[in-house]
Design a protein around this ligand. Sequence first.
Ligand SMILES: [Cu+2]
Length: 362
Amino acid sequence: MRDRTASPRRRARLAALAILALLLAACSGDASALDPAGPYAQAPHDLILVVFAVAAVVFVFVQGLIVVSIVKFRRKKDDDDALPVQVHGNTRLEVLWTIIPALILVAIAVPTVQLVFETMAEPEEEFLTVEVIGHRWWWEFYYPEHDIYTANEMAIPVGVPVRLELTAADPARSPDQGVLHSFWIPRLAGKQDAVPGQTTYLNLQADEPGRYIGMCAEYCGLSHANMRQRVVAMPADEYAAWVEAQTQPAAQPADGSLEAQGAELFRDLGDGRQACVSCHQIWDGDGARAPGIGPDLTHLMSREEFAGAIHEMTEENLRAWLADPNAMKPMQYETDNRIGMPNLNLSEDELDALVAYMLTLD
Ligand SMILES: [Cu+2]
């Protein structure tokens, strides 16, 4: 009978196939630059294909030469000690193989550099500006035209260029001393660094409604891998309704309700614990909207994900977050410069009231 256990060779082949499948899987899904969904992603995509084609030709040519040399000049059985003819120095050849690659590089560099500047230049049509601020480990979005603060999910209208003005956390505002982050939504645009104390620019646009995911693309510490960003592209009327809702003050719970108890706890937890309001704004319409250390919660429920877009916005997840934020996302509140959200040792009753209150923030 045949031996059915896999031989080491067969196993190695299977492992190689599995790795290849994993690598190829990275090229698909809803986050691939090879599946552009707007003009600012289409242009680099097209350039990638051209550069790839040029590189492929060079690769096949060079590897082909190597293979031909190996086969043609291999040591043959009958002439054990014979060496191929030894050639050294051919000026014409050396000049050629210096000039041709140089020309290829220039031909690739010109459209590449052009494109880099185009994606950062102010769009010619009418555009929307969104300020993007990278925090450890979540993204904040500010819409200067409407005075809207939101986090992790950036709403945009379909078919309109969006000009991002990026920076990283300002030490004057938060204990996060500010480190580099990089904003990247592969299906909508290239990457751009978010740099403390500096503004960088990036344009993006979505041609179809949808939810487009991305990851922070510059290592920024402990929870870098938990720092995602989402662009939510909506038809114009839906976007207008979103803006209208976001400019409203937060919902006010009815007196005496559980939700009202939550609102009270939000302002003051007692027992010397740090108040939620010292880090989060829930704007009640009084005075100016101002950002806190943490995400603006005024319309928390208008978002489908939270905490760097890694958790679904469900009652259970919110409760788990408030009960022990560090278990839901590793942060460094206690050990490193008070970055992230602390565990506030909430009781079950406090959790009931606070979660009920959070659920009213639509
Ligand atoms: Cu980051």
